[in-house]
Ligand binder design. Structure first.
Ligand SMILES: Cc1cc2nc3c(=O)[nH]c(=O)nc-3n(C[C@H](O)[C@H](O)[C@H](O)COP(=O)(O)O)c2cc1C
Length: 212
């Protein structure tokens, strides 16, 4: 078995960053995935602020295909928990709010409001067929989900992203009648006791990038 690397400690913020040290830490090196949550609600104002920040994510043809169910009421949370696999259910049970994030494969419909060449792209995606539309929807919605994680951190909350296992059950429960692919689930809230697992290694630049 391969040896586990020593726990990495984030180094100083690179001098090239133009964020303050504390902002850079909040969003990057100091940001952690939360596995437990305090008994404190996520307010409407916080949820809307998350959207106001994250909505600027770049997406293909500005189509913004991400659709999110913000599961907060006790009744909705009762419907959520059975859709999650056991390990992830334990994490979600204590979260005040969970975002079920999906890619809308019918994203071409609102396109005329979003892009000046909507007609051209609607035709291209019509000709490209369902696989092409699904691929475009997935790529951009995943980028939007990453922005949402950062926006959650920017409003002082913690995110606990989890795989969208049982995607079909989640889609049936929260996106009835919509042509969506559930991609991931994000618990949101203030971190609770022992909220974090050990920090694991990040790949070094040389393993990730090839500069050509
Ligand atoms: C797309 C995605 C899916 C994840 N799925 C799970 C999951 O199903 N269960 C889980 O316990 N953690 C899950 N995680 C959490 C990751 O393991 C965690 O974010 C990563 O190890 C970094 O941890 P850190 O932020 O504490 O450094 C997921 C994270 C992401 C971004």
């Amino acid at each position: 078995m391969q040896a586990v690397s020593p726990v990495p400690v984030p180094g100083p913020v690179p001098g090239e960053s133009i964020l303050t040290e504390s902002d850079a830490s909040l969003l990057f090196g100091g940001a952690r995935t939360a596995y437990t949550f305090a008994d404190e609600p996520v307010t409407d104002a916080q949820l809307r602020a998350i959207h106001e920040l994250a909505k600027w994510a770049p997406t293909a043809v500005n189509a913004q295909p991400l659709r999110a169910a913000a599961v907060r009421s006790p009744a909705a949370r009762e419907r959520l928990l059975p859709c999650l696999p056991p390990g992830n259910r334990e994490q979600a049970v204590g979260a005040p709010l969970t975002l079920v994030c999906a890619a809308d494969r019918s994203f071409t419909e609102p396109l005329p409001r979003l892009h000046p060449r909507a007609e051209h792209y609607q035709q291209l995606l019509e000709e490209g067929g369902p696989d092409m539309r699904a691929q475009w929807a997935r790529t951009s919605a995943l980028i939007q989900a990453a922005y949402i994680i950062q926006a959650i951190r920017a409003v002082g909350l913690a995110a606990g992203p989890m795989n969208g296992d049982n995607a079909e059950a989640l889609a049936a429960e929260f996106f009835t009648g919509q042509d969506v692919e559930v991609l991931l689930v994000i618990n949101v809230g203030h971190p609770g006791p022992d909220a974090y697992q050990d920090r694991n290694l990040r790949l070094p630049f040389e393993e990730v990038y090839r500069v050509l």
